[in-house]
Design a protein around this ligand. Structure first.
Ligand code: HEC
Length: 507
């Protein structure tokens, strides 16, 4: 009897679920309405319970969103039914921290074989590599016939990467510098570059350097890559402690890393740029926002956003709308949405009908305070709507979310929290705790020196940390002192305060 009742419940439940799965606006739960100047948008969840989706692609033949997950699987979200299914999992993927299955690009053109280009990390013996693969993509969305187009050196960090096929039918691969001091400025290395390939992996005859994949150089760790309908290519890139960037990519230009960080604005950088020309970003951020996936919005569906770059950010936990000038060469305005509301955002995709899909990355190696939520990670959809439902959000201006007062606490929040966390506890084996640290509570000069010049490859209490501590010499004297005193008097620390005299001679 009990079993029978269970069966009836199950039947009711499945019919309820399938009636919901039509996925049209009526049955979609709107989390927020967004009020732009004239348009109203609605935000909804399209898929939940994912594991670090890294790239989103649109399969127009099967009306689906194809997405990669960092662990190695490629899955499909059916746009109409919202059903998620597995396409394939790539066994060779080596996943650890920021390494794994990363960017991908789906190339579907009429009367031609469709391809899926994949970028992922692998490990052989003790060596790490970044790979670019091409798979055949069948009309019903299955993968076959893998072909490795390139294999380049990788590392435990700084492996990029994104891949696109632009309007010229060429493949562009944004590679990381593999944490090397020399690769990005070495034109014979394929790391820290934008590489340009034919669809079959050969070198295009019109590449700027004969017989070389290198198209542009001088990059650190690019996390976003997109192109406009005119074929203008844009990247987003992680700086070190300062100057995250958006770049407009042109052939043979040198974007400066590691000699130049962001804008050419220090005396040292100006001297280098005088000797040989370097290209500045069209946008830079300090404090850093950790820009990630980026998509060009070219359609007129949301008129306010037409001709913009839509950018996801990780550390800053927001979606940014970067309005471009008519010629696409400048960013004229920046708006911020969902700040701290959805957590870390990884990737974004614009559909031809103007719908925007983007995903969270709250189950990755560096979760922020309050995340992951039970249904993370999530693929969200932003869509033009005809009615506003509460709660209504309005985009913020970028300036309004940067704290005006620079005391120890706000400096710590801007520059240190993303790694050492707001409670100073750090992240096991990745970022050391500042609570009860001998260094933090010890001799002032040693601490100030570390803050000014950074730290790499040290063992702290027997733990060897994988990342590096960036240098904070760009902060003013009083700011270094304020943040040093903040960490000396919080998280249970109770050390004496440092005064400014200690800083003289350490710079
Ligand atoms: C990108 C991540 C990152 C950021 C941002 C960062 N740190 Fe660190 N920090 C590290 C890592 C990694 C180490 C360990 C480096 C090593 O062992 O070589 C470290 C080490 C330290 C140490 C030494 C701890 C000990 O017990 O020896 C202090 C102090 C410190 N950081 C303070 C700060 C302060 C203050 C800020 C902000 C102004 C900051 N860090 C920003 C990653 C970061």
């Amino acid at each position: 009897m009990k079993q029978q009742i269970n069966c009836i419940w199950l039947l009711l439940l499945t019919s309820f679920l399938s009636s919901c799965s039509l996925g049209d606006e009526k049955e979609t739960v709107i989390i927020n309405s967004i009020q732009l100047e004239n348009s109203i948008l609605s935000l909804s969840k399209q898929a939940t319970g994912l594991r670090v989706p890294w790239d989103l692609q649109y399969d127009h033949v099967n009306q689906a969103i194809l997405f990669s997950e960092i662990g190695g699987s490629i899955r499909r979200l059916d746009i109409r039914t919202k059903r998620v299914s597995l396409v394939d999992s790539i066994k060779e993927v080596y996943h650890q921290r920021t390494l794994g299955l990363l960017g991908m690009s789906l190339y579907q053109s009429e009367h031609e074989q469709a391809y899926l280009f994949l970028s992922y990390t692998s490990k052989r013996d003790s060596l790490i590599f970044s790979n670019l693969y091409r798979y055949d993509y069948s009309t019903d969305g299955r993968l076959s016939n893998p072909k490795r187009l390139l294999e380049i050196p990788g590392n435990t960090g700084h492996n990029g990467s994104r891949v696109i096929v632009s309007t010229d039918k060429k493949v562009y691969w944004a590679t990381g510098d593999a944490a090397s001091d020399t690769f990005a400025q070495d034109s014979s290395s394929l790391n820290g570059k934008i590489l340009r390939l034919n669809l079959d992996g050969t070198i295009p005859s019109d590449n700027p350097i004969a017989n070389s994949y290198v198209y542009a150089w001088g990059f650190r760790n690019m996390q976003g890559l997109t192109h406009s309908e005119k074929g203008i290519i844009y990247t987003s890139e992680h700086g070190d402690a300062i100057e995250d960037e958006v770049n407009l990519i042109q052939p043979l230009k040198n974007y400066g890393w590691p000699q130049i960080e962001g804008m050419i604005d220090t005396e040292k950088e100006k001297a280098i740029a005088k000797l040989s020309p370097r290209t500045e970003p069209i946008k830079s951020w300090t404090p850093v926002v950790a820009p990630s996936g980026m998509a060009y919005y070219g359609v007129a569906t949301i008129p306010e956003w037409q001709n913009s770059l839509i950018l996801t950010t990780l550390k800053n936990q927001s979606l940014r709308i970067l309005k471009l000038s008519a010629d696409g060469k400048k960013i004229t305005n920046e708006k911020v949405l969902f700040k701290d509301q959805l957590g870390r955002l990884r990737s974004v995709l614009v559909l031809p009908n103007g719908d925007i899909y983007f995903c969270s990355s709250n189950r990755d190696w560096n979760p922020q305070k309050g995340f992951p939520k039970p249904d993370d990670d999530v693929i969200y959809r932003l869509r033009l709507s005809d009615k506003a439902l509460t709660p209504i959000l309005k985009p913020q201006t970028a300036n309004s979310i940067v704290p005006a007062v620079k005391n120890g606490q706000t400096l710590y929040d801007s520059y240190c929290t993303s790694c050492h966390k707001s409670d100073g506890k750090g992240l096991t084996n990745t970022f050391p705790p500042l609570a009860q640290s001998t260094m933090v509570n010890g001799e002032p000069k040693a601490l100030l020196k570390l803050l000014l010049h950074g730290l790499n490859g040290q063992s702290i209490n027997g733990v060897k940390y994988e990342g590096a501590m960036p240098a904070f010499s760009f902060l003013k004297d009083e700011e270094v002192i304020a943040v040093a005193n903040y960490i000396r008097t919080h998280f249970g620390n109770n050390a004496t305060k440092i005064n400014q005299q200690n800083l003289t001679s350490l710079r």
